[in-house]
Design a protein around this ligand. Structure first.
Ligand SMILES: Cc1ncc(COP(=O)(O)O)c(C=O)c1O
Length: 325
């Protein structure tokens, strides 16, 4: 197993050597834009859409990363290419972009390279994320409304994907206090459903797909893909204001995000949806997603789940960790 490499400020370095300064604006303010893309069959899925969103986030934060979007795409592909050989050919990857303004200028005398934006791209094998996630595909998740609300667009626009995410973390903590497998959907200040800490939400009512208006939410690439696929399947889709009431009356609810594509909710606010199993509209969408991705990502996650303990042991052994068996 060769070591993973990271693109870090103009160079490819071993993952363990990529270090961000403690004086970085990301650490001081959460002042960092990021993106998360995944591969299917080792090819990045909708990379350009993710990079387009990254450059939108950077524009909002007024950060010039020093690379054009074309250069960023080319370097991203190269980073992935350089990492593929570290895993088996059936491994898919998470690709993470992190870009900050760099260290604060008040600390410039502590820095050998001077002040410049921090730009990193790392690739991580999806076996850990998807292996752990696999049971959710059959069990579903329990969606709950936490006390924590989302930030409205007029305060901090959630369309920018940034590391300023304390409100999401609080929502996670509040949901986890309600029990394992609880997923928080944050309300906006008007009491409408917004989104989860890393996912968008869909309701199905009488065969129609409903999802929150593109206002106080991150415009998920998976959300857009789901809408596209639904329309191709001839399903009606409506972006609208949705509250607790609409969710409680929904026939189906599901969540979308890059790593797992989509997962159904077994319950909403403690009330089971149907018999708790994946609904017919959700099931059609999953099949359409698999076709589009060219990968049965549910079977893949189950396979990763089987292999995960051995993979983790090998990774710990390679580090010489004492907790490796
Ligand atoms: C707050 C938030 N909403 C929605 C999403 C889903 O976006 P995507 O489908 O592009 O992964 C994410 C992804 O991380 C997110 O952080």
């Amino acid at each position: 197993m060769s070591q993973r490499v990271v693109y870090f400020n103009g160079q490819f370095v071993p993952e363990s050597a990529a270090r961000v300064s403690i004086f970085d604006s990301a650490l001081m303010y959460g002042d960092m834009a990021f993106e998360m893309t995944r591969t299917y069959s080792q090819r990045p899925f909708r990379l350009r859409e993710h990079l387009d969103r990254l450059y939108g986030s950077l524009r909002l934060l007024e950060i010039d990363c020093g690379l054009t979007i074309d250069q960023m795409e080319q370097i991203t592909r190269e980073t992935l290419e350089r990492n593929l050989a570290s895993e088996t050919a059936d491994m898919d990857w998470q690709i993470m972009h992190d870009v900050s303004r760099g260290p604060l200028s008040v600390y410039r005398t502590a820095l050998t390279e001077g002040i410049r934006p921090t730009v990193s791209i790392n690739c991580w094998p999806l076996i850990t994320h998807m292996g752990g996630f696999a049971p959710n595909y059959s069990n579903g998740v329990h969606v709950v409304i936490p006390a924590q609300q989302t930030l409205p667009a007029h305060l901090v626009d959630p369309k920018a994907k940034t590391r300023s995410r304390l409100h999401y973390q609080m929502a996670n903590l509040q949901a986890s206090r309600q029990g394992a497998g609880r997923w928080p959907v944050l309300l906006d200040p008007d009491g409408y459903l917004a989104e989860g800490p890393g996912w968008n939400i869909f309701l199905v009512k009488n065969g129609e797909l409903l999802t929150p208006e593109p206002r106080n939410i991150l415009l998920g690439v998976s959300r857009a893909t789901t809408i596209e696929l639904a329309r191709e399947l001839g399903l009606a889709v409506r972006e609208t204001n949705l509250g607790r009431y609409e969710a409680l009356r929904a026939d189906e609810i599901f969540c979308t995000a890059t790593t797992y594509a989509l997962v159904h909710a077994r319950s909403f606010e403690g009330q089971t949806l149907g018999d708790g199993s994946p609904g017919p509209v959700f099931t059609r969408l999953v099949e359409a997603w698999k076709k589009l991705a060219g990968v049965d990502f549910v079977a893949q996650a189950q396979d990763y789940a089987q292999r995960l303990p051995a993979w983790e042991q090998a990774a710990l052994s390679a580090l010489g960790r004492k907790d490796a068996r």
